[in-house]
Design a protein around this ligand. Structure first.
Ligand SMILES: Nc1nc2c(ncn2[C@@H]2O[C@H](COP(=O)(O)OP(=O)(O)OP(=O)(O)O)[C@@H](O)[C@H]2O)c(=O)[nH]1
Ligand SMILES: O=C(O)[C@H](O)COP(=O)(O)O
Length: 207
């Protein structure tokens, strides 16, 4: 079995709109880029990840990533397109995870994959237990398993699994549960990291 990671990456200029009142455009871009770099580092530290694909409209500087062009119809369409591209290349397991999980670790990613292999499907909810930060699914099922990222996606993904007579293994681990959405998440990010997000300090002191 070979598990590929699939990340959807919004253009940094448009990403993290909910932080637009707290961070100027340049700082938001830097945040998006640093979080993406952290997620890539975690994936590279994971033992069970065979490759990394990114669905995006951007160009990617890192030649080791497989770039898949974003069809431009939102997050779920981007991920479904990425899944189909990987399936066409013979990939049989998928780990979808978001680019805004700066505290994710390789160990946690391996844990999610192990839970998915044991149960068929696995999910890492967000800290509120409402969103879906990472999802493991076998790619043979991906064509039938409709993706529901967005509001209330944790419940919707559970309902989708039930419609296929499956249950999602729920994996609650700190790094996969911490997504950066709101200004208050930035304070927690600063407190949890050793300096690499210090560029946020100035903006947070002013807000
Ligand atoms: N390729 C692609 N990625 C997307 C799209 N929408 C969201 N994403 C990515 O999906 C993941 C989760 O996105 P959100 O948590 O909603 O982040 P966001 O859309 O940047 O934040 P807001 O603008 O505040 O909603 C991140 O990795 C985003 O970069 C899209 O339309 N296309
Ligand atoms: O399903 C999710 O959790 C989404 O992909 C992201 O939702 P959010 O924008 O509420 O973080």
């Amino acid at each position: 079995m070979s598990c590929w990671a699939l990340i959807a990456l919004k253009s940094p200029a448009a990403a993290k709109g909910r932080l637009a009142e707290t961070l100027d455009t340049a700082t938001r871009r830097r945040l998006v880029e640093q979080m993406f770099a952290d997620v890539l580092a975690a994936l590279r530290a994971a033992r069970q990840i065979a490759g990394i694909a990114v669905v995006t409209a951007e160009t990617l500087a890192d030649a080791s990533l497989m770039r898949i062009d974003d069809p431009g119809h939102g997050l779920n369409a981007a991920l479904a397109h990425g899944a189909a591209e990987l399936a066409a290349r013979g990939v049989d397991e998928l780990l979808i995870l978001h680019a805004d999980l700066p505290l994710a670790s390789g160990t946690e990613i391996d844990q999610l994959i192990a839970a998915g292999r044991a149960q068929g499907l696995a999910i890492a909810p967000d800290k509120a237990g409402q969103g879906s930060n990472a999802l493991y699914l076998p790619l043979s099922a991906a064509f039938n398993f409709r993706l529901h990222f967005g509001p209330d996606s944790f419940r919707l993904h559970q309902t989708e699994a039930a419609a296929h007579a499956q249950t999602l293994a729920r994996v609650d681990v700190p790094g996969l549960s911490f997504d950066v959405d709101e200004p208050r998440d930035l304070e927690q990010l600063l407190a949890a990291t050793g300096g690499r997000y210090d560029f946020l300090r100035g903006a947070l002191q002013q807000s």
